[in-house]
Design a protein around this ligand. Structure first.
Ligand code: GP0
Length: 840
């Protein structure tokens, strides 16, 4: 076939795909082509959504070529590759991102304008792929983006859920969930592949002879489901394009159709295995920082890692390297414990299938895996009952027992006679029922374990894995502080600010070298610059105002202080504290004279975020916010002094509109509970100040931008345990202001009080676990500081500029660079840079 390669190359160059002309006429030609050929529609039947799709196809063409070149080059050069295993990728929309990455937005803008459409309207037609819950999934997306921008040979592996995170609406103040049918319309950003692996479940383990006459354990089962690959291109720079491979479940052979059953009239039976297969990857579990422990979820996890590991092993074998080379060619990063079964899965393949000795296999496994922990909250730590694991994955359960035994023997060697220690570090928890502690399995099977912010990594070592750090030594446990993509979260989301920064710094180099933002600092006190800076903020607030009008039917004044808290609804994130503070503010405003009231800057308090459908208390907080909004927004005495907004269906594309429009955003978790937070970084890089606790990455943000440019308050992480202890024995003495707020709720000021009882009980009978009362006074005072500063326009603007200037550290490029050098031991492939021709 080789003799025809040239001919193929030439043919491709002549094809419409290779037409890289970016003049308006060529782009219009490609849009019109796709309208007719890909969508099978004509110009006589134009809806925005169809034009969006034709446009997306046209853009995807350009990406495809980059994708093919990049992946071909890897196949040829065979560098060490990184595989980022994540059950969630919260990618957000693709079109705008792709156009900007390939510098084609202006050209396309003109092209669609000439065809009678506004690009902004078309961009709004794209559905968000919401294959993630929150921070963890969005981090994975920012990391894929960074790897692509850095030319790093990293692939993401994940699941292609038929239904993403549920869509949220608010009815009578309550959250209502609807399925997120994101594939309803054709999605032009994924490419189905003819790549399939069978994944089995249940069954039994038998002893068999292998070819060499050795007896091996063998796992057999009739219950198989097929994984098929869908590739999602990740636009990089300079012709480089990364990849996320998502697995969808399909019936195994013959499409799962049982013809015999059909012929006998057993119609349900005839499609039974089809239903099974469909269900497996049908829906993303909607829990954030919480494990629900359903068997189907365990099957999703195994399906995901089995297909991914098979794919990677297959790719490795293509080069006929010895197995000992595996860790030099492959790095697996576990995005939390969800993919931890990849560890026993690789061990199983190496020992049972490939015939390696146990210890050799284990050496390979542990040099290949690394593990990122994202939380210390006990309710989020995955544990699977042994009886479930034994049933679904009998061979893996045996392997885990053996791994645990050998591990505990070594611990015993190092610390003889410490039975308590053995109990504490055992991968098997001796409870009833006995459970597999997935985080421990991940630690034992990995060569490196990292937390996601400095404080969090400290707590990981001191609390979660203390015994392990004593056994392994400190080097295994490191910190890599999270980062965000400056491309999506500043360059794309805030064009006004992007242009001002580029103009001021003289080029766009800052995007790829974020610490250059520091060069903005000298302009912080420049009045003219401040005016330009704040004019952009104002324009972004106006844009959000329109969104609030369309979405909530509420008119708010863009000159007011925009105070924003958008994130998953969770008790530890304390949206409850925020809304209680709002009620306090409302009451204070009511008691003021009209003159005094006018001296307080008007505020718009904006909330957004989904609650897990089973999380009753979090859902009640949503109800309380909406009830308070009803009263406050319609109180004539309050007028525009205070408005409360709950934006439904918070997601990535909404975040892109909200983040650039904040004056203040709140990151007020109980100290020690928020591993990192990443939206805090997004707000600050866009010149938004933050009001926050001394928690997660807030601490490092403070260190980078300076104490004067951030409003911190509240209990410190190392005080929390003592306070909880005291509360347990002496009860909670509620803050006086807080007590009056609760009294107002219970007096029915915000409607039927009884529904809020379970919520209020979390403060009183519940022992105020999240320290809302403890922090209430400091919170109110800090809010008053915010008011005071907002009245000093120049001082505020100066801080806003210093915020952006100090954020260079928080680029996901920096994070990925650290993962690459400290954990994966891969360098940016020098191969990438511009040399995109692999026709040779
Ligand atoms: C952590 F354990 N996170 C979990 C989880 O189940 N889901 C999730 O989103 C988050 C943390 O809460 C975080 O602090 C962190 O920044 C993020 O993972 C990425 O590391 C919220 O932003």
């Amino acid at each position: 076939q080789d003799e025809y390669l040239d001919q193929w190359g030439k043919a491709l160059e002549q094809s419409p795909l290779a037409n890289q002309q970016t003049d308006v006429a060529s782009l219009q030609a490609s849009i019109a082509y796709h309208m007719n050929a890909s969508l099978f529609r004509t110009q006589h039947n134009l809806e925005k959504v169809a034009v969006y799709q034709a446009l997306a196809h046209s853009m995807a063409d350009k990406l495809l070529l980059d994708w093919n070149r990049t992946q071909q080059r890897y196949r040829k050069d065979n560098p060490k590759r990184v595989y980022y295993l994540s059950m969630e990728f919260l990618l957000g929309r693709a079109l705008d991102n792709a156009m900007l990455a390939l510098h084609m937005k202006t050209a396309y803008q003109e092209a669609v304008q000439g065809l009678g459409f506004r690009l902004e309207d078309l961009l709004e037609q794209e559905r968000d792929p919401a294959l993630g819950n929150g921070g963890l999934g969005r981090l994975a997306a920012c990391y894929m983006d960074a790897a692509a921008a850095l030319d790093l040979p990293m692939w993401g592996y994940g699941l292609r859920y038929q239904y993403g995170l549920f869509r949220q609406s608010v009815q009578q103040g309550f959250q209502v969930e609807a399925p997120d049918d994101w594939l309803m319309r054709h999605h032009p950003w994924e490419f189905p592949r003819d790549i399939k692996y069978d994944v089995q479940f249940y069954g039994y383990v038998a002893t068999k002879m292998n070819d060499k006459g050795e007896s091996r354990l063998f796992w057999e089962s009739d219950h198989k489901i097929r994984a098929v690959a869908y590739d999602v291109p990740v636009p990089g720079k300079d012709g480089f394009c990364g990849n996320i491979r998502l697995w969808a479940s399909q019936p195994p052979h013959h499409g799962g159709f049982d013809l015999d059953a059909f012929n006998q009239g057993n119609y349900d039976q005839s499609i039974a295995s089809l239903k099974d297969a469909f269900l497996l990857t049908s829906v993303l579990y909607p829990n954030d920082n919480h494990q629900a422990g359903k068997e189907l979820r365990l099957k999703q996890e195994y399906f995901f890692v089995s297909a991914s590991v098979q794919d990677v092993v297959h790719r490795f074998k293509r080069y006929r390297c010895p197995w000992s080379e595996f860790p030099n060619k492959v790095a697996f990063q576990l995005n939390d414990t969800h993919p931890t079964l990849a560890i026993p899965e690789l061990q199983r393949i190496l020992v049972d299938v490939e015939g390696l000795a146990w210890d050799d296999a284990w050496d390979i496994v542990t040099r290949t895996f690394a593990f990122t922990n994202h939380t210390v909250l006990p309710e989020a730590l995955e544990k699977w009952p042994i009886y479930v694991m034994e049933k679904v994955l009998p061979r893996h359960m045996q392997i885990i027992y053996d791994l645990n035994l050998f591990f505990l023997q070594k611990v015993e060697e190092k610390f003889p006679g410490d039975r308590d220690l053995l109990n504490r570090v055992s991968i098997i928890e001796e409870a009833s029922p006995q459970q597999v502690r997935m985080a421990f399995l991940a630690v034992v099977g990995s060569h490196s374990v990292n937390g996601v912010a400095a404080l969090h990594s400290e707590l990981v070592v001191k609390e979660l894995f203390n015994d392990f750090s004593l056994y392994y030594g400190k080097d295994k446990f490191i910190n890599i502080t999270n980062g965000i993509s400056p491309r999506r979260w500043l360059y794309q989301a805030n064009p006004g600010l992007r242009d001002l920064i580029t103009h001021t710094l003289g080029s766009e180099d800052w995007v790829a070298d974020l610490p250059q933002l520091q060069k903005l600092a000298p302009f912080a006190d420049n009045l003219e610059f401040q005016q330009q800076w704040m004019a952009i903020k104002y324009a972004n607030k106006v844009r959000l105002t329109q969104w609030i009008r369309d979405d909530c039917g509420l008119t708010v004044d863009p000159r007011a202080l925009f105070d924003i808290q958008v994130k998953r609804m969770h008790e530890y994130k304390r949206q409850f504290l925020n809304i209680l503070g709002v009620i306090h503010r409302y009451r204070v405003l009511l008691q003021m004279s009209p003159e005094a009231r006018r001296r307080v800057p008007p505020r718009v308090v904006i909330f957004g975020g989904k609650a897990a459908p089973g999380y009753a208390i979090a859902k009640l907080v949503i109800k309380l916010i909406n009830s308070v909004a009803d009263v406050v927004n319609n109180d004539p005495v309050i007028d525009d002094h205070l408005k409360v907004v709950y934006l439904p269906d918070y997601n990535v594309s909404l975040a892109e509109k909200i983040v650039p429009a904040s004056d203040i955003s709140q990151h007020i978790s109980t100290a020690g509970t928020e591993a990192s937070g990443t939206s805090n970084m997004k707000f600050v890089i866009n010149g938004g100040l933050i009001l926050g606790t001394v928690d997660g990455a807030n601490i490092e943000i403070r260190d980078e931008i300076g104490e004067d440019n951030i409003f911190l308050f509240g209990t410190l992480a190392d005080q929390v345990a003592d306070i909880r202890h005291a509360q347990k024995y002496h009860g909670v003495l509620l803050d006086a202001n807080l007590q009056s707020v609760l009294d107002a709720i219970q007096a029915g000021v915000f409607g039927d009080a009884s529904i809020f009882n379970p919520l209020i009980d979390t403060l009183t009978y519940g022992g105020d676990f999240y320290l809302i009362s403890e922090d209430f006074d400091a919170y109110i005072k800090r809010q008053n500081d915010v008011d005071a500063l907002f009245l000093q326009k120049a001082a505020w603007a100066a801080k806003s500029i210093r915020c952006t200037a100090g954020m260079g550290f928080f680029s996901s490029d920096r994070s990925i660079g650290q993962y690459a050098s400290r954990i994966w031991k891969v360098d940016k492939t020098a191969l990438g840079n511009g040399s995109t021709s692999t026709a040779d």
